[in-house]
Design a protein around this ligand. Structure first.
Ligand SMILES: *[C@@H]1O[C@H](CO)[C@@H](O)[C@H](O)[C@H]1NC(C)=O
Ligand SMILES: *[C@@H]1O[C@H](CO)[C@@H](O)[C@H](O)[C@H]1NC(C)=O
Length: 422
């Protein structure tokens, strides 16, 4: 089925892409399916009264709720709803996923709060406050970063709750570990825990690396010792020369620090962390050995030396999330061109010649946000039109949020390229 469909769709995509854009080089983009789409994000409330009440109290503002993070596992697609501004009634949710579904899109599925409505209760510090992102490891466990803070881009953010890292078992939907970050490691009134990567060599031996997009640092967590610390370097800040985003002819200004983060794959022993600022076009890396060494210091954080950081290369424009697959291919958005690019990390350095276009579409791929790779060979992406969200220019009669699926015939970085798809 897939093999029959592939060449024709790929050819059509290539012709379309070539007719539209001049900067494309001779590479064939991958076909994709828009498997879910929404004009506005809505939830599966407990009852009609629950929804009415949530709208009345301002807990749910349909024009504010924004799908952002994505991770796929089995028959669920998990989605985060950012609590940048008041109006997101739950921050972590899922929609059902049929692993054998065809390319026909499912329109406007309701988001089901995960693991429950209660666990997403704002102002209750015992539960999740604001998850920008999560990651699912090879043991079917979900690592969720909770900034603790809510409505962080409102005039008066709610800083009542401490930031934490939660570990949930997807088999039982129970929280199996919670790590509260010390205030010296993650700021209580300033942090923007944004994205994370996880490298586990066994169920207990896991390292987690998290980007903090306001305090411009990378936080490390060692599960075996339940300890966290941070590393910092000027390369993690927003680049003053890359604050301007030009999307479909409109200029936007965003000043956001380190955001995209990726970990080298299992076959490279999870030995390198790659990162880039949202307001930036440069990709950098730091050795995991260097981050671990910083964790041995008595300080809550360490300022990295310039020699600890490697400049990997420059992208065509800014990107949000990025990820690496089992073969060592890095995927990332090219926000300025409504595109997705890829680069083989085994090449060492990123050049203009070795970055490939995976897909480009001015309508479907505006602001490619977060990536997920499942165990069936699919990559999922959430183009979220964040430039329109942040400037209050979304058109709610149009489709604004999508889950887009590609067949890349590979698993994520936690698996070896020798591992079979399951
Ligand atoms: C999943 O999708 C396939 C193909 O469209 C369909 O045959 C099957 O019934 C679906 N399964 C479920 C559980 O909906
Ligand atoms: C956007 O920025 C570019 C480069 O600085 C400038 O040439 C262009 O006029 C700007 N566009 C608008 C619509 O302001």
């Amino acid at each position: 089925m897939r093999l029959q469909r592939f060449p024709i769709r790929s050819l059509i995509a290539l012709v379309l892409a070539c007719s539209k854009i001049s900067w494309i080089s001779a590479q064939s983009p991958l076909p994709y399916d828009v498997v879910y789409s929404w004009k506005k994000i809505d939830f599966q409330f407990k009852s009609p009264e629950h929804k009415t009440e949530a709208i009345k109290s301002g807990e749910y503002i349909p024009e504010i709720a924004t799908a952002s993070g994505i991770k796929v596992s089995g028959d669920r697609i998990f989605i985060t709803v950012a609590r940048w501004r008041a109006g997101a009634p739950a921050s972590l949710a899922y929609v059902p996923y049929n692993r054998t579904m065809g390319p026909q899109p499912m329109k406007e599925p309701l988001l089901i709060p995960y693991p429950s409505w209660e666990f997403n209760e704002g102002g209750n510090c015992a539960v999740l406050q604001y998850a920008q992102s999560m990651e699912i490891d090879q043991f079917s466990r979900m690592w969720v970063i909770d900034a603790g803070r809510r409505n962080i881009f409102d005039k008066s953010p709610d800083n009542k709750c401490p930031p934490k890292l939660l570990l949930l078992d997807l088999k039982t939907d129970q929280v199996i570990h919670s790590h509260e970050f010390p205030a010296e490691v993650v700021g209580r009134t300033s942090n923007f825990l944004n994205d994370l990567v996880v490298g586990c060599t066994s169920e207990k031996n896991c390292m987690v690396y998290i980007s903090d997009s306001v305090d411009a640092k990378i936080i490390a967590f060692d599960f075996s010792t339940d300890k966290s610390w941070f590393v910092q370097h000027p390369s993690m800040k927003a680049d003053p020369d890359a604050l301007k985003f030009t999307i479909l002819g409109t200029n936007y200004t965003f000043d956001i620090a380190v955001n995209g983060i990726a970990l080298s794959n299992k076959d490279r022993n999870f030995d390198t962390v790659y990162y880039c600022s949202l307001s930036g076009v440069d990709v950098y890396s730091v050795a995991v050995a260097t981050i671990k060494q910083a964790g041995a210091s008595k300080q809550p954080g360490v300022q990295l030396k310039d020699s600890d950081v490697t400049h990997i290369g420059k992208k065509d424009s800014q990107s949000d999330g990025m990820t690496i697959d089992a073969n060592g291919i890095m995927y990332y958005g090219d926000i300025g061109h409504n595109a997705i690019k890829s680069w083989n990390t085994n090449e060492g350095k990123m050049t203009d010649a070795n970055q490939k276009i995976v897909a480009q579409n001015d309508n479907d791929l505006q602001w490619v946000d977060t990536f997920s790779i499942d165990t069936d060979g699919h990559m999922f992406v959430t183009p979220s039109r964040l430039h329109r969200h942040f400037t209050d220019t979304l058109d709610f009669s149009d489709t604004n949020f999508r889950v887009v699926r590609f067949f890349i015939n590979s698993e994520n970085y936690m698996y070896s390229k020798m591992d079979p798809l399951t």
